[in-house]
Design a protein around this ligand. Structure first.
Ligand code: AP5
Ligand code: MG
Length: 220
């Protein structure tokens, strides 16, 4: 039974710390599945599902979507994973969610192997988030200055429309950073106490950060 046990890598960090960007790198380079709660919510918003309609006002205002909605959604996503290793990005975001994930790991038989905390100062986060653009079709992440698409407004990967997320406006970004500080940051201590937290400097060239992550993941 243990041979079939899945392994989970958790990306933890503030909005804009690079969780999505580094997840994309691992998916491209290694055989990881990627579960991003933000991406699942946005897909549901786009398709105007019941879940999307329930989550919409929380996301657009920069608040956390209630646990009753989020935790069930995460369980379904993890159940459907087919690869041995997977990344969780954007979950857990408060202590209750961390406890729920622990219970899920027992119920669904997976190990939370590493928690990577991407450390980036607030002023850099703000600049990254205001400049971020995302492909509407495939979700590829760009930045107006650091990583622009080759043709403005058009995704290099799939030709889809590149847009600005509604929650990437200056006032909503400020609120998301506050929500992170109050509700999510305490989760860092939770995993530090569990002895599985690894702090990675999330500043600098993308290729340098990728190397730091790769060094951790090579023993996964
Ligand atoms: P979510 O989509 O998870 O947003 P987030 O946590 O705010 O994180 P981001 O996606 O904004 O940032 P990121 O760390 O992925 O950075 P990225 O790689 O894109 O969640 C959205 C909303 O959904 C939440 O506010 C909440 O309402 C709801 N939600 C989600 N999960 C929930 C949960 N568990 N419970 C309740 N509600 C939940 O990078 C950012 C930019 O920086 C990009 O433009 C990128 O190109 C650039 N960049 C990245 N790295 C570098 C670098 N090294 N140098 C220069 N630029 C860089
Ligand atoms: Mg993201």
């Amino acid at each position: 039974m243990n041979g079939a046990r899945k392994k989970c890598l958790l990306f933890f960090g503030a909005p804009g710390s690079g969780k999505g960007t580094q997840s994309d790198f691992l998916v491209r380079k290694f055989e990881f599945s990627h579960v991003s709660t933000g991406d699942i919510f946005r897909e549901n918003l786009k398709n105007e599902t019941q879940l999307g309609l329930q989550a919409k006002k929380f996301i657009n205002n920069g608040n956390l979507v209630p646990d009753e909605i989020t935790s069930g959604m995460v369980m379904e996503a993890i159940k459907n994973i087919e690869t041995k290793n997977f990344i969780l990005d954007g979950y857990p975001r408060n202590i209750q969610q961390a406890e729920h994930l622990k219970a899920l790991s027992e119920e669904l038989n997976f190990e939370i192997r590493n928690v990577i905390f991407l450390e980036v100062p607030d002023e850099v986060l703000f600049e990254r988030l205001t400049g971020r653009r995302v492909c509407k079709s495939c979700g590829t992440v760009y930045h107006t200055v650091n990583k622009p698409p080759l043709k403005e407004g058009i995704c290099d990967v799939c030709g889809g429309e590149v847009y600005q997320r509604k929650d990437d406006s200056a006032d909503v970004i400020s609120h998301r950073l506050k929500t992170y500080e109050v509700s999510t940051f305490p989760v860092k201590n939770y995993y530090e106490d569990a002895g599985i937290l690894q702090i990675v400097d999330g500043q600098g060239k993308l290729s340098d950060i990728e190397k730091r992550i790769e060094n951790i993941v090579k023993n996964f």
